[in-house]
Design a protein around this ligand. Structure first.
Ligand code: FAD
Length: 294
């Protein structure tokens, strides 16, 4: 960015702030501008300045499905880290939730209220906004099917509601393309406590059996090619436990990489390139990266 002057006066930005502490893998360089607005008005001002000055604006959720290069990110990185964007309100079966809320906090609040449906999200971190834009979950239950409405901010700073009829959720994807998801309305199912506990436990056991430990790994690296399973292709190509630097392909699920101490974003990206080449050579299938790279 040529001039960061317009942002300096905003009062809720930091210049040249390291982003590694805000990512799941704990890696990545600084943001030219890191913004953590306190109110929607703050956010609208920021979005308008970015649009007017053609400065790229990126949203950092829990940083569990993105990698930030060591060189850092030019432009503005936004975190919805203030209470205005993290509320969770439950009325009957309807849950209204700020996009910056932790998915784990959401699951806890809904479980306490006797509401089920979010079990496929248990066991990995991230924010509600990140989960909705990526339709996170498992192969049968993406969060998208529970979404009644999302509130988004357009490039003009205007807030609009998008109802479920206009929303499309696919395999770890959605058609939400506005710059910022602000909040989400979900409809969940009243569920008996014993049943909820059983479902949550089953989901956790399943995850532990099929994925490496959450705090030492990053994923999902690749999208599943149509009709195929990326982890399966990686395993069949004999790539489990392949290492580059401190990044290592998990032998439990090849679509997750272990992040050993000292790992860098570049280790992970080089390993992803190697895996992609080997799978291409062996099966003539081109793996597309799911994890975002900044
Ligand atoms: C160990 C581990 C296990 C995982 N297991 C699963 C799994 O079983 N199923 C699954 O689906 N995923 C899984 N993931 C991937 C990831 O956790 C999910 O995709 C998660 O929902 C991403 O949320 P986040 O807040 O961390 O997003 P981030 O990683 O911060 O961001 C991902 C993308 O979402 C965008 N984004 C984030 N917030 C907003 C917002 N408010 N508005 C607009 N865009 C936004 C970002 O700009 C970025 O492009 C796993 C990840 C890890 C590390």
């Amino acid at each position: 960015m040529e001039d960061t002057g317009a942002f300096k006066d905003l009062g809720f930005v930091q210049l040249n702030r390291m982003l590694a502490p805000f990512t799941h893998a704990g890696v990545g360089g600084p943001a030219e501008v890191l913004a953590e607005p306190q109110t929607r008005e703050d956010l609208a001002r920021l979005v308008r300045i970015c649009s007017a000055q053609k400065v790229p604006l990126k949203i950092l959720g829990g940083g569990t499905n993105l990698l930030i290069r060591s060189a850092g990110v030019s432009g503005v990185v936004l975190r919805l880290a203030q209470p205005e964007f993290q509320h969770i309100d439950i009325t009957g079966k309807t849950v209204r939730c700020g996009a910056g809320a932790d998915t784990l906090d959401l699951i806890k609040a809904c479980s306490r209220a006797g509401l089920g449906g979010l079990e496929s999200l248990v066991g990995f971190a991230g924010t509600v906004g990140g989960a909705v834009v990526n339709n996170a979950g498992d192969e049968r239950n993406g969060i998208g099917q529970l979404v009644r409405r999302v509130e988004v901010m357009e490039q003009s700073g205007q807030i609009v509601l998008r109802d479920s009829e206009e929303l499309r959720f696919g395999d770890h994807s959605s058609n939400i393309d506005e710059p910022v998801i602000l909040s989400v309305e979900l409809v969940l199912e009243p569920t008996a406590e014993t049943q909820l506990v059983r479902r949550l436990r089953r989901a956790l056991i399943r995850r532990m059996a099929h994925q490496p430990p959450v705090h030492q790994s990053i994923g999902r690296i690749f999208r599943d090619p149509r009709g195929l399973d990326a982890a399966d292709l990686i395993a069949k190509a004999g790539l489990g436990r392949t290492k580059l630097g401190a990044a290592e392909v998990s032998d439990r699920n090849g679509n997750f990489f272990l992040t050993n101490p000292g790992v860098t974003t570049e280790d992970i990206l080089r390993l992803a390139d190697l895996v992609r080449e080997r799978v291409q050579e062996r099966f003539h299938v081109s793996l597309e990266r799911e994890i975002a790279v900044w």
